[in-house]
Ligand binder design. Sequence first.
Ligand code: ATP
Length: 909
Amino acid sequence: MAEQDAATAPTSRGIVAAVRRELAAARHAARASLAATVAARTAALAQLDAVRRSAPVRRDELLSTRDTALAEARARRERETVKLGRGLLTLAEAAAPGTAGSPWASWRPGMRPEPQAGLTPGLLRIGWLVQEPAPDAPVPALVPLLDTAHLSVSGDGTAAVDALIGAMLLRALASVPPGSLRISVYDPGRLGGALAGLAPLAPAGLISYLGPGGLAPLLDDLAEQIRRINENVLGGVYLSVAELAAETGRRPEPWRVAVLLADPNGTDLSKAERAQLDRVARTGVAAGVHLISRGFGLAPDADVETIALRAGGTARTSLTGEIPVRLDAPPGAALVTGVCRALAEQATAGPPPVPFAALLPDEIWQQSSAEALRAPIGEGTDGRLVELVLGDDPPHALIGGPSGSGKTNLIYCWLAALATRYSPGELSLYLLDFKEGVSFARFAPGTRDPSWLPQVRLVGVNVNSDREFGLALLRHLAEELKRRAAAAKQHEATKLAELRAEDPAGDWPRIVAVIDEFQVLLGARDAVTSEAVDLLEDLARRGRSQGIHLVLASQDVSGIEALWGRSGLVSQFTLRIALPKARRILSDVNLAAELIPRCHAVVNADSGVPSANTIVRLPDAGDRATWLGLQEQLWAARPEGAEPPRLFDGDSRPLFPLLPPPPAPELPAAIGAVALLGETIDVTGRPATLRLNRAPGRNLAVLGTRADEACAVLLAAGHALGSQHTAGSARFSVLCLDSDATTAAKSLHAVLDARHRCDWYDADGVTGLLAELAGSTGEGHDDATASPHYVFAFALDAVAARLAAKPGPGLPSGHELLRTVLTRGPERRTHLLGWWRTVARLRDDLGGPGARFDAIGAWVALDVHGPELSALYPQPGGPAWYPRLNRALHFDRAVHQRAQIIIPYEVAP
Ligand SMILES: Nc1ncnc2c1ncn2[C@@H]1O[C@H](COP(=O)(O)OP(=O)(O)OP(=O)(O)O)[C@@H](O)[C@H]1O
């Protein structure tokens, strides 16, 4: 190891050299490093210099970028703010529509609530939102109340708080249907003075003021209302009245707002009051019961919105949070009282009635009447339509109401609802109006309007002096009852529904007969009344099961009393409808009709038992244009071949009917031709006929002084006879013996002469004709081959003196010839149809006192009283007949038991 160290040990020179080398290298490195450092410094200095030179430009650039960004942000913010503001405005307008949000300047004192005032109340405007920057259109500040919240209003000035409460109430009142918001004001401090502007609502029951001591009863009442509403109205089905209203479209309960204004100097609430207040606050909103409190703390768990008034007319509300609200100036006193007065008037008048159109179904004629007829006539107090039912029970209806109470309107409503639901195959209507006027005439074709109501079979108007027409209707219905009863028996059916099921192809509509002012029919002690009562009793008793329903209407308590004496009859009329002030129609102990306002009715389907009363508000069915539109729609849908109804108008003369084609010639020869005399008072408007066969007495005497009607009877008879015989096969003679009859006689002559031999005679020719006729009708002449000869003698009594004169010894007088013609003529087919102006003159012509009338087998009496006709009538004392214009009494000994009333025809020349 030592040898090795010796061999390799460096020399000192080597060491020095090495050191020098090392040092040189270090020096070299140091120099290089220095040079690099100097270069770096120079570069840094140059860079610094460059930065120094460019700094101001950069700063300007940065500043400009920053400013641009700022400006953009600001513009964006403004745009967003405007957009947000507009959105808020739209939202606010939707949330507070109409009067809930419109500025006071647009209100008018007498204004009516808007039609859109509905069942969904809006928020209430109290001012506007203070926004920065101020928007073009300020956004209204709204607070909720009805169906949503209670309000707690606070602030330093009680007057300002009360003014705000008053303004909010006014908005709430005007934004819901009148009468649907009731207010109670507990104001012990100012005894109602705080909200005195709303006092005009008090007469309508829309506001009440309570003083000291009023709080406990008020809270108790509210609590009871809430309990009742929960139990009876919501009934566990709905969570709130608002939900019920939204789902059913009706609100059976009003909103109730209790304004509680604490007296700053008053005492605190008792424990019980506090508990009750908290209860109401917690549970009220769902029941539509709301509190507006000033100075009473409301339960923290209740739905309470707060409004805190600040100085300078601003406020903070719980809804608007941090955004301050500038309050509207309160409405002027005149505006407040004016609006309240108008609202009270409308609330008293009630809600607008259901429109007539609401009674009509969506699609016509969809109902079956097999079980019953059901039709709504109006709206009940709960807002639902109220139906009238006619069927097995109740079967018949009584309607009562004094003149002008809306009876006709009610009948129109009912008929419209029925006629749109039941087709003519399901329902037949017979409508009779005993009062003067034409209320039902619109259902029949008229000169202006050819349409008719397809279910109507008969319309009788102006029948006040034709009680017989009422009787005729009842007889017709009795016949129909018989027909139905026979069919029911055959099919072993006990009621209409069964008959219809057994005989589906049969024609079994339900029949409704409406008789307005029916008391006229029962208004006399005579045969008409007693027969009418018997028929009514039978129809009322048996009609129920055969689908025949009677609706009797009367304005007159005497009409009802006429029925009341007949308990068997009246007990069948279990459906009673009383219009305002109708007396005795419901029952003696049921006075509901005294209390209802105009356009309402009490409907009672249980013979007037008070507990069965239903109050109905009736729509206005009087608009003629609406009716016509409806009728035309139904008319257009009528079944093919449907016949128009028979219209009987007691005020107009029937037209001479269109005659059927003449029968085969041998028929009149065999059984005699038929003369028409006028129209019978009958449902079908049958003509009154006189068959002129070869039996003795087949002559006609028209009796009375009314020339026009007497001529009309002879004209009708002549027209009918002339057209029944083939041309030239009969002979006619027209005797015109008084100038009153000239026009009629000439017209008859012209018509007959065109077809047959027809001779004209005046006074001079009478005796000659009678002599000819007497000669040819004498014994020994061949009766069978004679052709008929009809002699029309107008005012025959005018020539009595001539007829009485004796032409000479042994020669018959004109009277004797006349008697021969009357007695013998019919057997030889010679018939005399004569007009005598009095019965006495006829008697004179027939031989004077004690004369026999056998040769006059038929007569038509005009202004001749019943007793005067006794000699011509089988019953002693003559027929019960009181002459009246345009009516005649017809009796034909060959066919009548009793004389019948007829209406002379209007015969066109
Ligand atoms: N519900 C109603 N709504 C609006 N107007 C009605 C209503 N009911 C009746 N009216 C109107 O009242 C007036 C009298 O009614 P309506 O003719 O029906 O009475 P009425 O009892 O039949 O009278 P009258 O026996 O004297 O004819 C009519 O002008 C009618 O239009």
